[in-house]
Design a binder for this molecule. Structure first.
Ligand SMILES: NC(=O)c1ccc[n+]([C@@H]2O[C@H](COP(=O)([O-])OP(=O)(O)OC[C@H]3O[C@@H](n4cnc5c(N)ncnc54)[C@H](O)[C@@H]3O)[C@@H](O)[C@H]2O)c1
Length: 243
């Protein structure tokens, strides 16, 4: 390591879905640790509000970007690279989770969840890789979910997309390892976010953690301390009834 872990000064990091939940908590902490953070979200108002909060010493910018639109992703990333001259990290937190049984979900709803949760990840990785390869360095962090392994009724599109992202990351990690680009996957456990609440309308017996509680492992994966690729870092869910 050439500098202290978690010192992100000079680093430019793109966080998709960064207007809310885990992505927002990460963006605030990265800015605190001197990064230039670009929050890219369809929730433009939320992204702008976060960017306007201030609280350096880094900086935070908001852009409207729909990860499912490959052209929009390419344009946004090109603009970020043109303005900042580099791109060190990509965190793909954007997500949707429609609630529908597999035998009832409409083709449009199914397509949308795959377009955002899986294809959106592919488009973002494709957009950042030329820059990261040129720099001979970069860290990509994708999100999985424990429900990809256990299954979750009414979340077939979500669980399928999360399983696919884990698999995609393993192959991408091998393809870009020689360019010193790392690709890892984070499984956050049960975090109290807008998405979690929408996806669990009846509540849950699992005690929920706060979005800030998911930030440490993400910063580790973005940092030079994470000398690993193709790996999964998982926060296990706390035992029901604990804490
Ligand atoms: N919260 C949990 O307990 C939990 C558990 C397992 C995995 N995860 C994963 O963590 C990541 C973050 O989830 P979260 O709970 O913080 O969600 P969240 O709902 O709080 O945030 C998701 C963000 O994605 C944005 N978004 C939705 N569609 C988009 C699109 N097409 N383009 C760009 N942005 C879009 C939303 O506007 C929102 O800001 C997700 O990948 C999720 O699957 C979360």
């Amino acid at each position: 390591m050439t500098r202290a872990a978690f010192d992100f000064s000079g680093s430019v990091i793109l966080v998709t879905g960064g207007a809310n939940g885990i992505g927002a908590a990460l963006s605030v902490e990265l800015r605190r640790r001197q990064a230039t953070v670009v929050v890219a979200d369809v929730d433009e108002e939320g992204a702008r509000a976060l960017a306007a909060e201030g609280g350096g010493p880094g900086c935070c910018e908001a852009v409207r970007m729909d990860v499912s639109r490959r052209d929009e992703v390419q344009r946004t990333v090109a603009d970020v690279v043109e303005r900042h001259g580099r791109l060190d990290g990509l965190v793909c937190a954007a997500v949707v989770q429609p609630l529908a049984r597999i035998d009832e979900i409409s083709p449009e709803e199914w397509q949308r969840v795959i377009d955002v949760n899986l294809n959106g990840v592919v488009w973002c990785c494709q957009a950042v890789l030329p820059t990261m390869k040129r720099q001979a360095g970069g860290s990509i962090v994708l999100f999985a979910s424990g429900t990809a392994d256990t299954g979750k009724p009414l979340a077939g599109g979500y669980t399928a997309s999360k399983g696919a992202v884990r698999s995609f990351a393993k192959t991408l990690a091998r393809e870009v390892a020689d360019a010193r680009v790392r690709v890892n996957v984070f499984r956050p456990g049960a975090i109290d976010t807008p998405q979690f609440r929408t996806a669990n309308p009846g509540g849950t017996t699992i005690p929920l953690d706060r979005p800030q509680d998911a930030v440490g492992p993400l910063m580790f994966l973005l940092s030079e301390a994470a000398t690993m690729t193709g790996s999964l870092v998982a926060r296990e869910m706390p035992f029901p009834g604990a804490g």
